[in-house]
Design a protein around this ligand. Structure first.
Ligand SMILES: *Cc1c(COP(=O)(O)O)cnc(C)c1O
Length: 389
């Protein structure tokens, strides 16, 4: 078939009819599959014949989601998981062994850091943290036993970015796998594999679902890597449910349309914020004032929906603003059609010490908005109420 553009693949890839001529993908709510004969069962178990056995291993609805996401990320293979955290955990457990070393960007998603420090560390995996955008820090962190670079770009909430092409040169030269958590931009706005990454990880809970309905995750890469990770999920159980797979499959159909709208709306909100007296600083990658704007412009095809800003008056002013809003949802979740607002210092980043918060620029006046798909004028009006009190 001719090479298709992203939007065509997002809508057309992955689909296979069950024979009932259904136009929308079917949901296979079944835990197991039956065989025509004892012989067929034996062939399936011994892998002499491909096919479904049990939903912890494979499920047709889950497989449709995996095929579609793989097409969008430009990856040969994909394994879906029950959540983004399950995807990160499965990747680490499947690819590392005790005594290995992993280099991680310091500003990754909070629970990823908790997972690494409290669970992965118990398996005698050595972990070093570096500043995301500092290429020499990644190089200097290398040890003889380094196996994996793990990062998230852009970071949340401040939008720091690393040059994936440059970092992948370092990882390749040193025989290290480069894994990128692409939940914040999705394949609609950034393709880490095309830029040299080996593995892409997703929390599909965020923009891929896009409507805050379910948890889901995925890992993408070569057939060989994904087979190892799928062996881990099949044996340990964080498989994606067919129902949730169907939800995120439908999310992919409209992904690029939504990501463009999130980006357009976020830019409008960010520009408006820069003009407010009570606002000290706005962090949005789409603003030329953002220190990583030009790099983001080069490796991303949009800037996404996350806008952060600091208000004068520290925590008191930040809490007042949050409590004055009527439309924005007070929740730490992101990537929803509904705009959400949170105070990182007391929620997503509350575990950090004062020194760590200072290093990470998570100040008491900082607020993060995940700009949704409501009318932007209403969202701006809502924020302005909070700035006035
Ligand atoms: C939310 C999130 C995760 C965790 O995903 P869950 O689906 O909540 O388990 C991982 N990485 C990033 C960047 C996230 O935003």
């Amino acid at each position: 078939m001719e090479k298709q553009q992203f939007d065509t693949k997002a809508i057309r890839e992955g689909y296979r009819t069950t024979g009932e001529q259904e136009h929308s993908e079917a949901i296979f709510l079944t835990s197991s599959f039956v065989f025509d004969s004892a012989q067929q069962a034996a062939k399936r178990f011994s892998k002499k014949e491909p096919g479904n056995i049990y939903a912890r291993f494979t499920n047709p609805t889950v497989a449709a989601f995996e095929r579609k996401l793989a097409a969008l990320e430009g990856a040969p293979a994909c394994v879906a998981t029950a959540s983004g955290m399950a995807a990160i955990f499965a990747t680490i457990m499947a690819l590392l062994k005790p005594g290995d070393h992993i280099v991680v960007s310091r500003n990754m998603f909070g629970t990823s850091i908790v997972l690494l420090n409290t669970i992965v560390a118990k398996f005698n995996v050595d972990i070093s943290y570096v500043d995301l955008g500092d290429l020499s820090a990644w190089q200097e962190a290398l040890q003889n036993n380094t196996k994996l670079f793990l990062l998230e770009t852009p970071s949340n909430p401040l939008g720091e970015v690393v040059d994936i092409v440059a970092l992948s040169k370092i990882s390749r030269e040193n025989n290290i796998l480069l894994a990128v958590d692409n939940a914040i931009l999705t394949p609609a706005l950034q393709n880490p594999i095309a830029l040299g990454a080996d593995i892409v990880i997703h929390s599909a809970t965020k923009y891929i679902d896009g409507q805050g309905r379910c948890l889901a995750g995925a890992v993408l890469g070569t057939n060989e890597l994904i087979e190892k990770i799928a062996t881990f999920t099949r044996a340990t159980g964080p498989s994606l449910s067919a129902f949730n797979a169907w939800i995120v499959l439908k999310g992919l159909d409209t992904l690029s349309l939504r990501m463009r709208a999130h980006s357009d709306n976020a830019l409008k909100v960010a520009l408006w914020l820069t003009q407010q007296n009570q606002v000290e600083r706005v962090y949005y990658l789409g603003l030329e004032s953002h220190p990583h704007h030009s790099l983001a412009k080069q490796q991303q095809s949009g800037f996404g929906g996350i806008v952060s800003f600091t208000v004068k008056g520290k925590r008191a002013a930040a809490f007042k603003l949050i409590n004055a809003t009527k439309i924005l949802s007070i929740t730490a979740n992101l990537g929803d059609t509904k705009s959400t607002i949170t105070h990182p210092a007391s929620t997503t980043h509350y575990r950090l010490t004062e020194v760590e918060k200072k290093q990470a620029n998570i100040s008491e006046g900082l607020l993060r908005i995940s700009v949704g798909l409501e009318d932007t004028n209403d969202v701006i009006n809502d924020i302005s109420k909070g700035l006035l009190v």
